[in-house]
Write a protein that binds this ligand. Sequence first.
Ligand code: SF4
Length: 368
Amino acid sequence: MARIIPLADARVVRGTAVAVPHAAAPFTPTGTLPDTRGRMLRDLRVSVTDRCNFRCVYCMPKDVYGHDYPFLPHAELLTFEEIARLARIFKAHGVEKIRLTGGEPLLRKNLERLVAMLSDIGGLDLTLTTNGALLTKKARDLKDAGLNRVTVSLDALDDGVFRAMNDVDFPVSRVLDGIDAAAAAGLNPVKINMVIKRGVNDSEILPMARHFRNSGHILRFVEYMDVGHTNGWRMDDVVPSAEVIRIIGREFPLEPIGANYPGEVAERWRYVDAEGADAGEIGLISSVTQAFCKDCTRARLATDGQLYTCLFATHGYDLRTLLRGGSADDQIGNYLATIWSQRADRYSEIRSERTAALPKIEMSYIGG
Ligand code: SF4
């Protein structure tokens, strides 16, 4: 069973599994499951590995995630069959969208097999978030297996800045090739997530906007967050979304447009081109300056079977023991429904320098 490590030794924080008080009556899956704030369970993010081939400074800093970092042994990872079984149970309780994450999900061997198993369930919108390093090789197989879309993390266009941010000297050109391969495979629209850290890559905001404007891809600017507690987060390093809009707006006029669906994480803005042609849109993900907890419909399943109800959680709920301990689907369903129905998370609404130091789960483990 995973455990909490004192803050001093930030090597492993995978959260403590806590017991859940049993609900009065079993939950009958009805496809609608509200939490204590009336937020329905709709989105499940599934981390399929805690490993990554990058060491992004805001997520997996090298000084913590060195060569001897104790990643999870394979036997502790949920199997594809276990993930598919849980996906069916979550779907019965209302999940409509599954996002595969990591670490870097494309490092998990034969991932397209899992995509095909999830696609066979039916009625699920299947997406994936990747750093793009392996996308050129994998895009077609993932699409053929049933994946609908991809989101690619790309923090700079300048090769030097990008190599410094991924900290493994990986060239930007290969990620751009991956984006093209995803688009060619039909995994559209490709979304690109750029995490901005002041003084590190904020100079890349305009070059990125210029590059992806008129491309048909959707570039999203992500405020640097205090995920986990190993990235040394400080509020001073955050570039607020309002500032990003001002920077881009000086060159390309923008106007806000409505959300595609309730609970959409990114705030959408459209380029107002002089000729009225549609030059595309951008997104702002502003967890720090404009909390969006009130509409948060996301649950997170870690690769070792821990269930988390918030990205900034300090504890999880162990589903793997139930899976491997002979529990029936309705028992597992009842357990997760009990957890969600008692959920009250709103971390971004209460964030402070004090909460930033809490032993929160690491992004590389839970996958954002
Ligand atoms: S901080 Fe937690 S509750 Fe708020 S939007 Fe993020 S994941 Fe949801």
